[in-house]
Design a protein around this ligand. Sequence first.
Ligand SMILES: [Zn+2]
Ligand SMILES: [Zn+2]
Length: 419
Amino acid sequence: MMLASSQPTLCGVNRCRLPSKHDGNHDPYPTKAWSFMRPNDKKKLVKAGFATPRGGAKGAYQNHVVRSNQVIIPFEKYYLAPLDEYEDGYVVRLLPEQYFESAGVSKPEFLRPDNPIQVGKNAFVLYRTHSAYKQFPPPAEWQIRYLEKGEESTTKRGKDVQDRGHYVLRISTASAGEGRLVDGVPQGLFAPEYADRETNYLCTCVLAWLIVHTVGSPYTTTMANHLKAILVEADLFDESRYEHKGVLRHGLCSCPLCLRLIQYKQLHEIVSFEDAIGNGNAAEQIEGATRSTIVNLFHILPLRYDSIRHIPENVAWGHAVCNTRLGQRSCHSLAELMETDLKVGIIKEEGIETFGWISGDYEMIRSPLGAVWIQLSRDMDGDEYTPPQPGEGDEGSIGSGIPVVLQDEEGVEDSSLDR
Ligand SMILES: [Zn+2]
Ligand SMILES: [Zn+2]
């Protein structure tokens, strides 16, 4: 059957997504589909396919790489993470306090051969402070993590390249004024940002299609016919689904949080003080605002360790300001809230004045005209009222008493850039 004359059929050989009867090699992931775009748009799309650079690599993260790469699973997330879905591999990160019982003595469970976590194979120990390095020094036989291809050491990850070694040093001067100790290759990317190549490609296709539909976009849908054919084939072309999520509104690209239409130029303009005010509230500090564009990649459901969420159904373009305000909450759409039919209103003498709908988790209220209320803190449950018993809380600190939670892992921060 012939499709509409202007829309190409895809080649399909070896899952090739080039138009049929194309020249040259087959390609399942052709960036050619958005070759009509301006360089800065292409750059923005490339960036969306990359893991967000995190805190100066202090967690041994690999920066400036596509999402389809090895990920780091912190030990405390190991049983939560969908390990089978990381097609490009994973490595488990242990902190010295988690791995060692005392200086030079590992906890017995890590020595058991049936433990799925084996330092030196699929796990490494990350030293981030001088005190932990002194208290639990790496055993003499341990090696710094490095990469090996065949028998040769290499600096670049790639095909047939294996991780070797046991530990990584990322100790900054801030820890004790004892000098920096940095050694060992970056181990992988922040696991919640992972997407396999196919998924990452389709996300980029959706984002490219949405750019075409921004207000004032220099592109026409006819230019995007190849892109459309790819989305149709992947069953990602049903506009009603995008409308339902608030990613499109009346066929135009829309911010899923505030419902305002996205203007093309906002993809590239830097956030200013006025944007924060203009968006409805008094000026507020927006993290990373000085270097963020007004509109960024936006995930409707926040990225988390327990599932892979950089997927075509979950990506949009949204305001950096909205992203920051939403934090680690799910962005319930207006349509979704209206369906749950939990109306909220004000009780007045003359009756109840309803003004919106609330999400089932009580985190968000929306009015039909775009206003959004977000729950900032939760009710305490009964247990939290119980006063601590005398003496309690003196113990229970782990190891050196250095907090085990790493600052840059409290969910996905850098939220003004990418959520
Ligand atoms: Zn082909
Ligand atoms: Zn917004």
